[in-house]
Each structure stands twice: as structure tokens, then as C-alpha cells.
Design a binder for this molecule. Structure first.
Ligand SMILES: [Zn+2]
Ligand SMILES: [Zn+2]
Ligand SMILES: [Zn+2]
Length: 126
């Protein structure tokens, strides 16, 4: 008999992991996103249904202003970030600004693809 071993380390499955988009340590959803990123992604889907349907094809550009309001999470930006000059021709022609991390969620939402958290991305500048 070995009385000291127990399975309490399993801790009811509440394992904290690193969110693959914002890199916060949190309990992750099946998507490997934290609750905040899941909410932002859902917000993108509800705010920009045209883009999610794939009807928005303009490329992202780099915005160097500070203090833009992020259209995914509503928080102001502090650093250079991606933006779309005009997302939709028929609704209002306002530009859409994102935090870099929110833009990753945007890309996932509009492409249905999951970005890979690979730090060794080959830029391909042969
Ligand atoms: Zn996150
Ligand atoms: Zn901006
Ligand atoms: Zn944001």
C-alpha cells in the first residue's frame, strides 16, 4: 500500500495556458483563445458580417497614429497598427482600425483560418 499518491494535481481540469493570440495566461477555450479574445472575435463577427462573408477584399495598411479606437475591442491603440481605409462601400465609409492582436482575430474571423503562433515566420525577402 502506498498512501501518499493522489490525483489532486489534476485540479478539476482548470489548467491555465497561454492564449495563442494575446499570450495572456488564462483558462483557454477549445479554440486555444482566452475569454477576452473569444469575446473580441465574436464582436468582430457581429459588427462586420460582410467581411466575415468574404466580401471585403481590400488589404490592410499600416496606421502610425496613436489613439485610434480599435473597432474590435473598443480600446485605444498606442502603437502602430493595421487598419482598413474603407471596409464596406455601402455602409459608412469609416476606416477600421485594429490592435495588432485584434487584427489577428479579425483575420481568423474573416478567413476562417487559424493563425499559427510560429515565431519563426519566413518573410520571404529572398
Ligand atoms: Zn487572448
Ligand atoms: Zn489607426
Ligand atoms: Zn483591439
Amino acid at each position: 500500500m502506498v498512501p501518499t499518491v493522489s490525483l489532486s494535481f489534476l485540479n478539476r481540469g482548470k489548467v491555465k495556458q497561454i492564449c495563442r493570440v494575446c499570450h495572456e495566461i488564462a483558462e483557454l477555450k477549445p479554440d486555444r483563445l482566452c475569454a477576452v479574445c473569444v469575446r473580441i472575435k465574436a464582436q468582430i463577427r457581429s459588427r462586420f458580417p460582410d467581411a466575415v462573408r468574404g466580401t471585403m477584399t481590400i488589404p490592410a495598411e499600416q496606421c502610425t497614429r496613436a489613439g485610434c479606437s480599435c473597432d474590435a475591442c473598443g480600446v485605444r491603440t498606442l502603437d502602430p497598427h493595421p487598419f482598413y481605409p474603407s471596409a464596406s462601400a455601402r455602409v459608412d465609409r469609416r476606416a477600421i482600425h485594429f490592435h495588432p492582436r485584434c487584427h489577428e482575430l479579425w483575420i481568423e474571423a474573416v478567413t476562417g483560418l487559424v493563425t499559427h503562433p510560429d515565431p519563426s515566420i519566413d518573410i520571404g525577402q529572398g
